[in-house]
Design a protein around this ligand. Structure first.
Ligand code: DX5
Ligand code: ZN
Length: 224
């Protein structure tokens, strides 16, 4: 069964707490938290102080996506603020494995992400160190963009690498996903689906989450 991770980047920040509870009541197992530094991506979102305030609102799995240069600098802050997973970018630093090991040493999950143009074969090196792989299906930086079709092939490659390794590693895909196209990634192995505008922009959040889940579960691994 797939898991749904609403990205709060698309939430109405004037009523963030309320909106988070809505995602929880809608049955979303994860909450996806996009942290941006204006350098790795051309946008700035929020940092650990905001995160710390929302942590106490929900017992969902808090999935922190660090789109920042040299993420090691902020691991402690997000661990202290209560992250369940921290994802770093392959492209964001030179000491990726050391950073992943440091995250793991804090007793939480560690994950690696690649941007749409990055060769998914680079993921091979990370397999012993990660709990999840995050395939970006838009250029990171903004919600509401269109899904980049090459992400399907990257997701499939990631799934095959994980399968070969025999390790238990989740495959998350992030960007431009909705109930209409989620099959493009679930059918080739994605089991954690990030959705920002498709959830927070929907008139009925519970229906949006249920629709994505139904479409994803129905097509999971069907193209392999
Ligand atoms: C983009 C972020 C995504 C984004 C997804 O940099 O990592 O999590 O918020 O938003 P949608 O689902 O609207 O593409
Ligand atoms: Zn994200």
């Amino acid at each position: 069964m797939i898991k749904i991770a609403p990205s709060i980047l698309s939430a109405d920040f004037s009523r963030l707490g309320e909106q988070i509870l809505e995602t929880k009541n809608a049955g979303a197992e994860y909450l996806h938290i996009d942290v941006m530094d204006g350098i790795f991506v051309p946008n700035i979102s929020f940092g650990a102080p905001v995160y710390k305030c929302i942590r106490k609102l929900s017992d969902q799995f808090f999935d922190v996506h660090l789109m920042i240069v040299d993420p090691m600098r902020y691991v402690d802050d997000f661990v202290k603020a209560g992250a369940d997973n921290i994802t770093i970018h392959h492209e964001a630093c030179a000491n990726q494995i050391e950073t992943l090991q440091y995250i793991k040493s804090k007793g939480i999950k560690a994950s690696i992400s690649i941007k749409p143009k990055t060769d998914p074969q680079v993921l091979r090196n990370y397999l012993p160190y990660v709990d999840m792989i995050l395939i970006m299906s838009v250029e990171p930086g903004f919600g509401g963009q269109s899904f980049i079709p090459s992400a399907t092939e990257s997701t499939k490659t990631a799934y095959m690498l994980v399968k070969e390794s025999g390790r238990d590693i989740d495959i998350e895909v992030d960007g431009g996903l909705s109930a209409k196209n989620v099959d493009l990634v679930t059918s080739v192995g994605a089991n954690v689906i990030v959705a920002g505008s498709a959830v927070f922009g929907a008139p009925d959040m519970a229906a949006a989450v249920a629709d994505i889940r139904a479409a994803g579960d129905k097509t999971y691994l069907k193209a392999l």
